[in-house]
Write a protein that binds this ligand. Sequence first.
Ligand SMILES: C[S@@+](CC[C@H](N)C(=O)[O-])C[C@H]1O[C@@H](n2cnc3c(N)ncnc32)[C@H](O)[C@@H]1O
Length: 294
Amino acid sequence: MSLKNLFMNGKKTKSKLFCGSFLLFVKGGSFYIPQTKKEGMNMNELQYYEKIKDWDFSQINYLSESYTNWELYDELKKVVTKDSKVLDLGTGGGEKLLEFFPECQEILGTDYSPEMIKTANKNLKKSGRKNITFKTMDNLKMTTLENYYDVVVARHTVIDANQIYKTLKKGGHLLLRGVDKLDCWSLKLLYGYGQCFNDEKPISQIDYEAILSAGFKKVELIPIHIKEYFITKEDLIALLIKTPILTDFSETKNNSNLSNGILDLSLLEKYIKENTTEKGILLIRRYYGIMATK
Ligand SMILES: C[S@@+](CC[C@H](N)C(=O)[O-])C[C@H]1O[C@@H](n2cnc3c(N)ncnc32)[C@H](O)[C@@H]1O
């Protein structure tokens, strides 16, 4: 199954160049990003996230303009009450959960990467928030109780709609946000590959159909259009190092550009030349939201 989800929040503050958990090498017209291929083997999604260890983008300097009037956390606040039990699937380092989930009876954040859960527990300690726990769990082999949660959130992660249906109470809500096939499309076109590049059906449609066939009611699919402006070339490269925009976990074809995880910097220079605006280097993002009720 291909990875479909990544995200950042618009920040208008100045910050230093991000080098993250990966060293950034810009040498001889190419740069290295984490790739699925390592020593001839396919590195899987789990290894990828185990290396990244968090989902914190606060050091990348960029502006974000949304052209869609739909916000996951506004919707979350509408359905959560003080008595709610909430589950966040693929929580990463719990960054978004700790910042945006409202107080309620119980919140569980899960992720299949033990490194992410380690980070989430560190972040929890710093936050001082109560009624929150984190644990490792595969979204595709959920071990949570049946008919237990009032709300399930899945943001930029893989899902199994049937398993989410089971763990929700009757009348419970699913709130999902994903990265769609056409995200950063002109950049992917230039490189000739990337996240979901070869998917026949957009992932938004796959999720929408799966959620309907799991038995959910009031299912709404919302396309999300966002323009992001990266202040410097280094900010854009930091994004490409941290996220799998130019990676495709479902990619099985041998692509010489992708082996060794080396990307051609001259292509990026061309993209930057064609997409530099007064506000920064433009990247057009395509996400989607899904709301559904059991
Ligand atoms: C792009 S990050 C999103 C993190 C967080 N939801 C957010 O929006 O900031 C995707 C997360 O999903 C997790 N993930 C991917 N596949 C998973 C699976 N099958 N089961 C559980 N977690 C998974 C990854 O480890 C990673 O932490």
